[in-house]
Design a protein. Structure first.
Length: 209
C-alpha cells in the first residue's frame, strides 16, 4: 500500500489556515498556493538520491553532494494544479513540466479528459502529479493512469488538502503511488466538496466562479 505523508510543518499548517478563509482574496490565495507547494516540495524530495562529486572551491578540492538518479518532472492537473507549479520550480528549477487537462462532470462527478502534453522523456523521470484538492480522487486516479499508460513508472501525488475518501480511492486504484498532502480533512459533502475544505481551488486561484 502507498505511503500517505501528511505535512505537520508549522509554516504549512499556518498558510493552509489562511488559505481556507472566505475573506482571503485571489492575489493572496494564489501566492499561498505557490508557497505551500514550495514547502511541500521541500519535504517531499527529502529521499532523493545523492552522489559524491569532486569539485574545486576557491580554497581547495572538495567532495560535495549532488542529486543523482532520475531527473524530475512536474505534471499539474489543469487548471487548479497550475497554481502549484511555480512554487515547485523555485525548489527544482531544472524540472520539466507536463500538463494533463481533466474536468469533473457535475452530474456523475467522474473526470473527463480534454488535454495531455508531457515531456518526451517523461517515462525516464520521477514525476510529481500536483493538484491542490484530492476530493473524490477521480481526477487524480485518471491522470495517474494516463501517465502509466504512457510508460511512466515513478509517480508521486502532491495535494494541499485531501478528503479521507479521496485518499482511500487513490490507494485502491494506485497502491504504488505515494501521496503527499498538507492537510487531511474530515469528509466529502453530498456535492463532492471537501469539508471543511476551502471551496473551489481553481475558481479561487484564477478569480472565476
Amino acid at each position: 500500500m502507498s505511503k500517505v505523508l501528511v505535512m505537520d510543518h508549522p509554516l504549512i499548517q499556518h498558510k493552509i489556515g489562511i488559505l481556507r478563509r472566505t475573506d482571503t482574496g485571489t492575489k493572496d490565495f494564489r501566492a499561498l498556493i505557490s508557497e505551500i507547494a514550495m514547502l511541500e516540495c521541500y519535504e517531499a524530495t527529502r529521499d532523493l538520491k545523492l552522489s559524491d562529486v569532486e569539485i574545486e572551491t576557491p580554497i581547495c578540492k572538495a567532495t560535495v553532494k549532488e542529486l543523482s538518479g532520475k531527473k524530475l518532472a512536474i505534471v499539474p492537473i489543469l487548471r487548479a494544479g497550475l497554481g502549484m507549479v511555480d512554487g515547485m520550480l523555485t525548489m527544482i528549477p531544472a524540472a520539466k513540466v507536463g500538463h494533463i487537462g481533466l474536468y469533473r462532470d457535475p452530474e456523475s462527478l467522474k473526470p473527463v479528459e480534454y488535454y495531455c502534453k508531457l515531456p518526451d522523456d517523461c517515462s525516464e523521470r520521477e514525476v510529481f502529479v500536483v493538484d491542490p484538492m484530492l476530493a473524490t480522487g477521480g481526477s487524480c486516479i485518471a491522470a495517474i493512469q494516463m501517465l502509466k499508460d504512457k510508460g511512466v513508472g515513478h509517480i508521486h501525488l502532491m495535494c494541499i488538502i485531501a478528503a479521507p475518501e479521496g485518499i482511500e480511492a487513490m490507494q485502491n486504484a494506485h497502491p504504488d503511488v505515494d501521496i503527499i498532502v498538507g492537510a487531511k480533512d474530515e469528509r466529502l459533502n453530498e456535492h463532492g466538496y471537501i469539508v471543511p475544505g476551502l471551496g473551489d481551488a481553481g475558481d479561487r486561484i484564477f478569480g472565476t466562479k
